[in-house]
Design a binder for this molecule. Structure first.
Ligand SMILES: C[S@@+](CC[C@H](N)C(=O)[O-])C[C@H]1O[C@@H](n2cnc3c(N)ncnc32)[C@H](O)[C@@H]1O
Length: 217
């Protein structure tokens, strides 16, 4: 029988503690997010950030687009893994979150992150109209628009580039037939769409709330 791990919080902490260290500002963002209470769950997990950093480093990625910045943990984590001439464009419609994120980028002296503060679909269409191309697009915003973000991302990502989508396992509920609420069904439909899409090669990784890694063919 193939072995599988029961990924408890204890084991998750062990993995984090035995992977690459976080910087002081990454820790500051995490602590700030904890102080927000319930909203802290918007942030990607630490192990997801470490995984994204590894992917960026091994793939020579330079141009990153993020859909959904919140207070900046994922954008800063990705920027820290970039070569000096890399950059991140991070999209969010919420100016309060974006201002907080900016304060953390400044504290980290990280100048390679550009923020665009408005509804992400508008920004994505503008980026498409100006023929911008990215090596990696990370989608982590409103689930109702996942399909729209994904479809525009196909046009915005380079051949061989990556589209990575968060929350694709939706706390494990996607595989539970008794769960039929709006968001579980949105994610299920989205996963079905990606599975049937021959324009990309795909793999779901059970890290954090589940990441789909798509490589554009
Ligand atoms: C899950 S959080 C992103 C978390 C972030 N990636 C991190 O790890 O810290 C989702 C973000 O998407 C933003 N958002 C929701 N709907 C949006 C929309 N239509 N356009 C742009 N941003 C949106 C929210 O303001 C929120 O900050």
């Amino acid at each position: 029988m193939p072995k599988k791990l029961d990924l408890t919080d204890n084991l998750e902490n062990y993995i984090i503690n035995h992977s690459e260290n976080l910087t002081d500002v990454q820790k500051d963002i995490i602590n700030h997010n904890i102080s927000l209470g319930d909203q802290q769950r918007l942030q990607i997990s630490i192990s997801q950030a470490q995984f994204l950093q590894t992917l960026i480093k091994i793939s020579s990625i330079k141009k990153i687009l993020e859909v959904g910045s919140f207070t900046g943990f994922s954008a800063l984590s990705m920027a820290l893994a970039l070569p000096p001439d890399g950059h991140v464009i991070s999209l969010d419609k919420n100016s309060e979150f974006s201002n907080k994120a900016r304060s953390f980028y400044e504290k980290a002296n990280e100048k390679r992150i550009k923020q665009i503060i408005k509804p992400a679909l508008e920004s994505l269409n503008q980026l498409k109209n100006t023929k911008q191309i990215f090596d990696l697009i990370f989608i982590d915003a409103d689930k109702e628009n996942y399909l729209n973000y994904y479809e525009i991302s196909i046009d915005l990502v380079d051949k061989g580039g990556l589209i990575i989508i968060d929350n694709v396992l939706w706390h494990g509920e996607v595989a539970d037939k008794s769960k039929n609420d709006k968001f579980t069904n949105i994610i299920r439909e989205f996963n079905k769409h990606v599975k049937q899409d021959n324009r990309i090669t795909k793999n779901i990784i059970p890290i954090g709330d589940g990441l789909t890694i798509c490589i554009k063919n």
